[in-house]
Design a protein around this ligand. Structure first.
Ligand SMILES: [Fe+2]
Length: 289
């Protein structure tokens, strides 16, 4: 049993609608790479990126870590949970080989939900293509293997709505807004899971302190020239979350590769999960009030 060596972010939430003590494991950003000679030009880059992540783990955790080993152990731990949620970037590159390897781990999971990270469909070195076109081309590999809707899905676990929403392109769309509105019209509490954190200045401050960078966030409208500036639908989705703050217990995210927690709005906790390749995942415990 290697569990004791893991750094587990513990988040304890109290809910008026949960029927009993409930555990959810959040796994994010394992950036799994299977360097495959059949990947052509990408093969060389895959090997370099593997080395990059392993060296980063040595610098940040004092030990060389392998993404597959870390993902395997996190999945093993999650078998005791009521639900596992993967918040994206489980692979580093959107290739069949990587997605097939990822599915070998998911097949060992109990009940799980998945939502996209940007790496799940972008092959970043291919800079001539837009995120939209790469999404169209590569997202099908996930869609044909993962059971839940990758744009928006909800699973009720012991009286709490566990919601996954894809904001990996920094925006929400109308159907996500309408679906979320429907879920939040119920009396039950909800936890929202998405890849990219919703903007809050505290997350920037924590990022600067921990890794010398501000957060890459969704909904920050301080730079209207940025392609990440929220559009009208994204703004109203964020407003909808705020209006329903009594039912939204937490927003669970990844993407930034550092661990952070803050009060995002009123009672809503926002948590940024450190990446699994750096030996980390989150365990959320929901207790009845
Ligand atoms: Fe990531």
């Amino acid at each position: 049993m290697l569990y004791n060596y893991f750094m587990i972010g513990k988040i304890i939430l109290k809910s008026g609608s949960v029927s009993k003590r409930t555990k959810v494991v959040q796994i994010s950003d394992s950036h799994l790479i299977v360097a495959d000679k059949n990947d052509g030009d990408l093969y060389k880059i895959e090997k370099e990126r593997k080395l990059f992540f392993e060296r980063e783990s040595l610098a940040r955790t004092g030990e060389v870590r392998y993404a597959e080993e870390e993902l395997s152990e996190a999945v093993e731990y999650s078998k005791n949970a009521d639900l596992t949620v993967f918040t994206g970037d489980i692979v580093e590159f959107a290739t069949e080989t990587n997605v097939n390897r990822m599915m070998e781990y998911f097949d060992r999971c109990g009940d799980y939900l998945y939502t996209f990270g940007n790496h799940d469909y972008l092959i970043w070195w291919n800079s001539g293509e837009t995120a939209e076109s790469q999404y169209e081309k590569n997202s099908g590999m996930f869609k044909k293997r993962i059971k839940n809707d990758l744009s928006f899905a909800v699973k009720k676990v012991n009286g709490v709505n566990m919601v996954v929403m894809d904001n990996s392109r920094f925006q929400f769309d109308e159907s996500q807004y309408e679906n979320l509105k429907r879920v939040l019209s119920e009396d039950d509490d909800a936890i929202l899971f998405m890849h990219i954190p919703l903007y809050h200045p505290d997350i920037d401050k924590i990022g600067q302190k921990k890794v010398g960078q501000i957060a890459d966030a969704c909904g920050g409208d301080y730079d209207l020239l940025s392609p990440h500036a929220p559009d009208a639908t994204t703004k109203k989705t964020i407003e909808l979350i705020k209006q329903n703050h009594r039912k939204v217990l937490a927003i669970m995210t990844g993407h930034n590769h550092f661990e952070a927690q803050t009060v995002w709005y009123e009672n809503i906790i926002e948590s940024v999960c450190a990446p699994t390749y750096l030996h980390y995942f989150n365990e959320i415990e929901i207790l009845p009030i």
